[in-house]
Write a protein that binds this ligand. Structure first.
Ligand SMILES: [Mg+2]
Length: 225
């Protein structure tokens, strides 16, 4: 049987890397902490509905962001920087990609104000990123926004499949690195998957080939191979 020529060149395509933010670049989920500590009461009910499958990630996030208050954003940013520890080896991976012209993008479902603040505070302010942007209503309640055509996906707060496809169309083989529920779709689309925490279980349950990791040193090893 003849193989389509696009498949035979696949292995030789240059690599691009998509990296989740919460619980992947950072050691813990910062978005959860922001909601727990800074949102108006009532987010617990939305979380319960999410856990039993009544809400998807996008609906949960829209409700939770609607409970944020504009006047609390500076305090939320300060707290995020304080608790947002970067996973070991991330700086080495960023440097390696930078020196070898490997495109790297942060693909995050988490809100722009804390993602940007943590990246900036740790010297990663130059990294390209896609994430929802929070604006506020005239009476100061949060509004979930999807800049740059991120509004196509009805399931997640930010469609990571869309980010993977953009890189594919530019001729790259896509590696995805992630940890959790907001990564469940894109692991079926990426060419190479590195998974930690809950995402490992998702990959195992769905039979998706993946490499487990605990630090970015292990991710870097796969990139170099
Ligand atoms: Mg995550």
């Amino acid at each position: 049987m003849k193989v389509h020529p696009e498949f035979s060149v696949y292995e030789h395509l240059p690599l691009a890397i998509l990296v989740d933010f919460d619980g992947t670049i950072t050691t813990r989920d910062i978005g959860d902490q922001i909601v727990i500590n800074f949102a108006e009461p009532g987010w617990e009910k939305a979380m319960d509905r999410f856990r039993v499958g009544e809400l998807n990630v996008r609906e949960l996030w829209a409700i939770e962001i609607g409970m944020l208050r504009e006047e609390r954003e500076p305090a939320a940013i300060a707290r995020a920087i304080e608790i947002g520890l970067i996973r070991e080896g991330f700086g080495d991976l960023v440097s390696h990609c930078h020196s070898n012209n490997i495109p790297m993008e942060v693909a995050s479902s988490g809100m722009h104000f804390y993602v940007d603040a943590i990246l900036d505070a740790n010297g990663f302010g130059e990294l390209p990123r896609a994430r929802p942007e929070v604006t506020y209503t005239p009476d100061g309640f949060g509004l979930l926004g999807m800049p740059e055509g991120l509004r196509d996906c009805g399931m997640t707060a930010m469609c990571k499949c869309d980010r993977a496809w953009r890189l594919r169309r530019r001729g790259y083989r896509v590696m995805f690195v992630g940890d959790g529920v907001s990564d469940e779709c894109v692991v079926s689309q990426a060419d190479i998957v590195l998974a930690t925490s809950n995402l490992r279980e998702v990959c195992e349950a769905k039979g998706i080939a993946h490499t487990p990791f605990e630090t970015f040193h292990e991710v870097l090893r796969v990139v170099k191979s």
